[in-house]
Design a binder for this molecule. Structure first.
Ligand code: PLP
Length: 435
């Protein structure tokens, strides 16, 4: 990407530096990924100039002939990819999608049963700091103390006691698969709606590498995590709830949709239907297992006993540090992770006890088990010796060398890969030309 001819060099030189950081860093934040250049190109189009409040065929402004076709294509592709009757592709973000669902289904004061924030729930599922926690009655479920895993019989008992109007499944940091069908059965038993928020695992789900979610009344998902599309979200449901959902998105919580982003969502849905995407999703899982193995063999404790998804959660308390210190030590070596609360947290949200690591972004770059083994060993050394600046510098050099072998969006100009070393499994469609 060459921004050198842009007139606003103040902003474009910062953009260039950020792109270089993404290229030279080891991105292990599980909610981040590298969208393809096609997705990025769709986002950067004059579609952004257009106002299109409403829905295809029912807009409040003129001039939506092509926009309607784009949004319809995105809707059709989303329905086909996820197996639902109806898709709303307008939500600007995962939080807004959840907000719209709650507005559509509940009255203020109704009860929501969702995963506790410390156990992996998302803010928009009922945190007291979020609108959900302020306007709705929140009950929560969590993992068992000994296994740090969900016990669905226990969840059923809580549901029967609390009798919520809505049960939310899905998580932001639970490393094991969510059994969406089982939660759906529990919701039916107590007469509640079931919202499956599959934001983190959507890419795995559409590739058939995760428990299915089609039994949920409503599914929300971000489009930018394992699904590898633009930042944004969608809502899926069957026909009975379609009108309610559409009205809740617009005019309920949003105004004009971002049609450039909707076009990019359509591109990502097409990419996710390709056979290569299944291979990608499987490699995410293989890499997460390899990373978990390496971390465990290098004396780190993994929450929930490991992973069967794209992410792992490391408990850093045995090392005498907190997640804040841990992520800083990693960042000094160009390894990006995020500090995270863990179940039965004893720290604070700013200094929690965990570090969350995921493999979607590095898998997009073409890294495999061998690289995960090496990265796991680096992470362990950095966390065990988090004050060792010489070690941080040494690993940063080694990490940069590794990232140079796996270019994305074309390598940074100062560090082109050596000939013959390039490994980009998803081909040039994923990166629009590599180097
Ligand atoms: C499960 C889940 N739902 C919703 C969201 C919110 O998405 P956004 O940041 O797009 O609002 C996230 C983001 O981390 C998430 O992990």
């Amino acid at each position: 990407m060459d921004y050198s001819k842009e007139p606003d060099q103040k902003i474009f030189s910062l953009i260039e530096q950020e792109v270089t950081r993404q290229q030279q860093g080891l991105i292990l934040i599980p909610s981040e990924n590298y969208a393809s250049l096609s997705v990025i190109r769709a986002m950067g189009t004059p579609l952004s100039n257009k106002y299109s409040e409403g829905y295809p065929g029912k807009r409040y402004y003129s001039g939506n002939k092509f926009i309607d076709q784009i949004e319809e294509l995105a809707i059709e592709r989303a329905k086909k990819l996820f197996g639902f009757d109806h898709a709303n592709v307008q939500p600007h973000s995962g939080s807004t999608a959840n907000q719209a669902v709650i507005l559509a289904l509940l009255k203020p004061g109704d009860k929501i049963l969702s995963l506790d924030l410390n156990h992996g729930g998302h803010l928009s599922h009922g945190s007291r700091l979020n609108f959900t926690g302020k306007f709705y009655n929140i009950a929560s479920y969590g993992v068992e103390k000994d296994t740090e895993q969900l016990n669905y019989d226990h969840l059923e008992m809580i549901a029967k006691k609390e009798m919520p109007q809505l049960i939310i499944s899905g998580s932001t940091s639970y490393p094991k698969q969510f059994d969406f069908d089982r939660v759906g059965q529990i919701a039916k038993t107590v007469g509640a709606f079931h919202l499956a928020d599959i934001g983190h695992v959507a890419g795995l789900a559409v590739a058939g590498k995760h428990y299915p979610c089609q039994s949920a009344d409503i599914v929300t998902t971000t489009t930018h995590k394992t699904l590898r599309g633009p930042r944004g979200a969608i809502i899926l449901c069957q026909q009975e709830l379609a009108e309610q959902i559409d009205r809740a998105v617009f005019p309920g919580v949003q105004g004009g949709p971002l049609e450039n982003i909707i076009a990019a969502k359509a591109v990502c849905f097409l990419e996710a239907r390709q056979p290569e995407f299944k291979i990608y999703a499987q490699q995410i899982l293989d890499n997460a297992l390899a990373l978990a193995k390496s971390l465990t063999e290098n004396d780190l404790r993994l929450v929930s006993g490991g992973t069967d998804t794209h992410l792992v959660l490391v408990d850093v308390r045995p090392l005498g540090i907190d997640g804040q210190k841990a992520t800083l030590a990693l960042e000094n070596s160009g390894i990006y992770a995020n500090k995270n609360v863990i179940p039965f947290e004893t720290g604070t949200p700013f200094k929690p006890s965990g570090v969350r690591l995921g493999t979607p972004a590095l898998t997009t770059r073409g890294m495999k088990e061998k690289e995960m083994e090496k990265i796991g060993s680096w992470i362990s050394q950095l966390l065990h010796q988090s004050d060792d600046l010489t070690l941080q510098k040494k690993i940063k050099e080694e990490a940069t060398e590794l990232t140079n072998l796996f270019p994305v969006y074309g390598a940074p100009r100062a560090s082109l890969p050596k000939a013959g070393k390039r490994v980009v499994p998803l081909g040039d469609t994923a990166f629009g030309g590599g180097t």
